[in-house]
Design a protein around this ligand. Sequence first.
Ligand code: ZN
Length: 506
Amino acid sequence: MFNLKKRLGIILSIALALALCVGFMGDSIATNNNHANNTYNGKAPKYVFLFIGDGMSFPQIASAEMYLGQKNGKEAISSEYLSFSKFPAAGTALTFDAESFIPDSASTATSLATGEKTLGGVINMDVTKQIEFTPITEKLKAQGKKIGIVTSVPITHATPACFYAKVPHRNMAYEIGLQLADSGFDYFAGGSFDQPTGKGKDQEHILDIVRSKGYNVVNTKEEILELNSKSGKTVAISPVLDGNAMTYEIDRKPDELALSDFVKKGIEVLHNKNGFFMMVESGKIDWAGHANDAAASIHDTIQFSKAIDEAIEFYNKYPNDTLIIVTGDHECGGMTIGFAGTGYETFFNKIDRVTMSQTEFNKIVKVFKENTTKDKAKLSDLFEDIKNAYGLIAPTDEDAQKEENKSMVLTAYEIKRLEDALKQTMRDVDNRIYTDQEKVMYGSYEPLSITLTHILNNKAGIDYTSFSHTGLPVPVYAIGVGHELFNGYYDNTDINKKIEAITKVK
Ligand SMILES: [Zn+2]
C-alpha cells in the first residue's frame, strides 16, 4: 500500500515535471522567435528599394490579381500576377506591435525601419517614449548612400515619418516636418505636409523652413519632370492633391502624375556611385481598406505594382547591385474574397463599373445635402449619380431590362438599406445617433456612400469585417542581392534585421 502511494507520488512528480517542461517549451517557442535567418555573408547591394503597401496583405493583392485576370470580359478563372508576386523570394511577416495584435502604421513602420517593437502611434521611440531608435536610413546615409522617401499620402504621415523622424506621437506632423528639413536626406516626394504652420497655425510655414535648409521644393508637373541627378536635395509635391495626399488611382486623370512617376524621378535624382535607399509607400491602399472601398483598393494596388515596375527596370540594368523588397505594414479592413450572398462565386467584372472612389462620391452627396432639405430628400433623385459612380441600376431605370445589366439592378432589400442610409446622411452630423447595428454598418463614414460601396463589393463577391486594421500577417517579396533571406515565416522586425544584415550597416 505504502509502496503504491510512493510510486504514485513519483509518477505524479514526473508528470508534473514533464508538464512544466512542456509549458516552458511552449513559452520559449512563443517568445523566442529567433529561427529567422538574418545572417548574410555575401556582398552588400548598392541600391535598395523598400516598397510598403500600407494596409496591404494577401486579400488586397489577390483581389487585384483576380480583377486583372478577369478584366475585359475574360471569363476563365485566372489570376494575373502583379509585378512583385513573381519575385524569386516570398515570405510572410507577423505584424503585431508591443501592445496589440492589431497594430497601426507608426508601430509597424518603426519595426520595419528599426527592428524594434513599440506602441501604436509612436514613431521610432520605445514604449516609454523616452528612448529614440535609429532608423536604417540614418545608418545608410552615414555609409554615403543617398536616401529617398516617396509616399502617396502626406509626407509627414506615420509610415514615411518612421524613415526620417523620431517623435512620441504620429499626430505631431509639424515636428515631423521640422525633422524632415533637418534630415539631410535627398529626395522626398508624393504627398504634402500636414499641419504646415503647426497645430495652432501660428508657426513659420514648413516649406519656408524646408527651403531654408537647402531643399529644392517643386510642385508643378513641369518642374518635377525636369528633376535629375543634379537637382540636389529635393522635395517634390504632387501638383494634384486631395487634402495633403495624392488622389486615389481610380480618380487620377491620365495626364496627372502617378506614384510610379515619383519613383521613376526618384531613381534619376538618387542615382550615384555610392548607391541609394528608397522607401516607397502606397498609403491609400490603407485608406481604401478603412473605407471598405474594394475598387479603390484594387486600382491603388495595381498602381503600386506599376511603381515597383520602375524599380524592376532599374534592377534589370544593375542586377548584381540591387535589392528590391515589397511588403505591407498590416492588413486593413478585414477584406476577403467570398461573401454570404454570392457563395462560391465572385464577379470581379463588376468592379469595372465603378468610376470613382467613395471619397469622390462623398462630394456628390455633399452637394445634394446642400441643395435638399431633409423632408424632400428622395433616393430616386440620386439614382443617376449612383449609376454613374457605381454602375448600380434602379429597378425603374429602362437600362434595368437589358440582359448585361441584370445583376447590377438594386434589389428591394438593397433599396431599403440605401433609404435607411440616406436618412442618416440627411441628419446633421453632430446630431447623428447610431444604434449599435448602424455603427457596424457605417463606421465613421458617410452613410449613403459606404452603403453603396458595401452593396457593390457584395455583388462582386467581396466583403470586409472592419473599418480598422486587422491582425492578419503580411506577405514579403524580394528580388536581387540577398533576396533568399526573405523566404520563410518571421516577424516584421526581422525584415529590418535582414536588410541591416544584407547592407552591412552598423
Ligand atoms: Zn490605417
